[in-house]
Design a binder for this molecule. Structure first.
Ligand code: IFM
Length: 479
């Protein structure tokens, strides 16, 4: 086990009340496969993953976990684990192959069966409308740099809600728009692979607009009074250099406040506009947009994995660039490319991300302080480790003590936040099963269920049994 770390954040026997909803999460392109079936159109991730050199080993989501065909047995596994909730995403190009027009009935049927299957097993459906699989046809017209994409997204949201809006408990508009905008259009590490700072900031605004319009559409079309949500990968930013306060402010503006301020306060931070003035004049923000974006949310989704540590670059020494994301040449930090991301103390997961459960507690307290009336939900937390399958008398097992330790520490952090009065509604472990980890292909395994990509066999890892015990007993298992 590599996750020795500090003895802190390793409490056992912590109690979580019955209303604290514990489940697991996945995303469409990462697990479904069936990329060309039943009328699904190509997405930007199909194009990107099929472009040589973009994804490790040339891996694609063509087959992935074949969940599109195995959804029923996957639901049985979720029921065996006792999951209270399942956070999944809907592939936009299954619903609208080219990103507009009538809903594809076969796409709707797939998700309708999935939702019914969850409800039949007593599992709460948490549906994300956009986890990065933009229809390629929309990208061909500019993607998230084109304002019309926000309106197409609202139309798609309304089509999906018309079909499923009597059964889905929680709708999440966007997953991690930071990644869509800055990795997709700034650094180029994610689809569509563009490297243009102005395009990235334009995408920020159109994603924010898409969110606000979609919230309104879902509220209009749903009949079961669902919870409305959005999920961000908030950055927990550290640094103790003299220049760190300035670097922290800059990264906080780009990574956190560029999204959460328009969404929850109806304004862009003035310092963000100043910091990026050399990149864009933000003239793509039109009168009335901020009112559209600023919609009340029932729950705010929090994805957390690790921290970043920053200072301003002196312009002379070799520049450090450890922001936790694949460096493919472009920058995900428009207007702040002079911020350095320093290496951080371990231990680390297989992604090279530092393990810092105190960062999760800090984040939850900080969100509570900034948005006191806003309920929160951890919509992703988990870790990739180099798992090994061992044959035992009872069959193949994966003794992923590292992952259990990681989860235990982060559940401890959540418990500490709850004890300090944070209105935290639940915790969705990333991920239910090993899957396509974007630019890293299948080389990184985040699942609590092992997937053999040759045979599609699923093996419950020890972490899955750990989670099963936690949900059944409502206590973190004793160590
Ligand atoms: O796999 C991703 C997920 O799609 C979004 N959040 C982070 C995870 C791990 O990188």
């Amino acid at each position: 086990m590599v996750t020795t770390g500090s003895p802190d954040y390793r409490d056992g026997g912590l109690e979580f009340g019955p209303d604290f909803v514990i489940g697991s999460a996945t995303a469409s392109y990462q697990i479904e496969g069936a990329a060309r079936e039943d009328g699904r159109g190509p997405s930007i991730w199909d194009t990107f993953s099929h472009t040589p050199g973009r994804v490790w080993n040339g891996d694609t989501g063509d087959v992935a976990d074949d969940h599109y065909h195995r959804w029923e047995s996957d639901l049985d596994l979720m029921a065996d684990l006792g999951l209270q909730s399942y956070r999944f995403s809907i592939a936009w190009p299954r619903i609208q192959a080219t990103g507009s027009g009538a809903a594809n009935p076969r796409g709707i049927e797939f998700y309708s069966r999935l939702v019914d299957g969850l409800l039949a097993r007593g599992i709460r459906p948490i549906a994300t409308l956009y986890h990065w699989d933009l229809p390629q046809a929309l990208e061909d017209r500019g993607g998230w740099t084109d304002r019309d994409t926000a309106y197409r997204f609202a139309e798609y949201a309304s089509r999906v809600t018309e079909a499923l809006g009597d059964r889905v408990h929680t709708w999440t508009t966007l997953n991690e728009p930071w990644c869509s905008a800055y990795l997709g259009y700034g650094s180029g590490a994610h689809a569509p692979g563009r490297t243009d700072g102005a395009a990235a900031l334009t995408a920020v605004h159109h994603l924010n607009l898409a969110h606000g319009l979609a919230v309104q559409e879902v509220r209009r079309a749903a009949s079961n009074d669902p919870d409305l949500s959005v999920t961000h990968n908030f950055h927990v930013i550290r640094g103790d250099d003299d220049t760190s306060p300035e670097a922290k402010r800059r990264i906080d503006a780009l990574a956190n406040r560029a999204f959460i301020h328009p969404m929850l306060r109806g304004e862009y931070p003035a310092d963000l506009l100043e910091d990026t003035a050399g990149v864009t004049d933000w003239s793509f923000v039109r009168d009335g947009d901020l009112a559209e974006i600023n919609q009340p949310l029932d729950v705010l989704g929090v994805n957390y994995y690790s921290t970043v540590t920053v200072r301003m670059w002196d312009g002379a020494s070799p520049r450090e660039n450890n922001d936790g994301h694949k460096d493919v040449g472009g920058s995900p930090w428009p207007g702040s490319t002079d911020v350095e991301f320093l290496p951080q103390a371990g231990p680390y997961t297989e992604m090279g991300w530092n393990i810092a459960p105190d960062g999760l507690e800090e984040l939850l307290l900080s969100l509570r302080d900034q948005f006191p009336d806003q309920p929160l939900m951890i919509t992703e937390n988990g870790a990739a480790f180099p798992d090994k399958v061992r044959m035992t008398e009872s069959g193949p097992r994966v003794h992923d003590a590292d992952r259990i330790d990681y989860l235990n520490r982060h559940f401890t952090a959540a418990h500490r936040a709850l004890a300090q009065g944070v209105n935290l509604r639940g915790y969705q472990v990333w991920s239910l099963m090993d899957n396509f980890e974007w630019g890293y292909g299948y080389s990184k395994r985040f699942g609590i269920i092992r997937v053999d990509y040759e045979t599609q066999e699923r093996i419950l890892k020890d972490s899955a049994y750990w989670l099963q015990e936690l949900i059944a007993t409502r206590r973190t298992p004793e160590l």
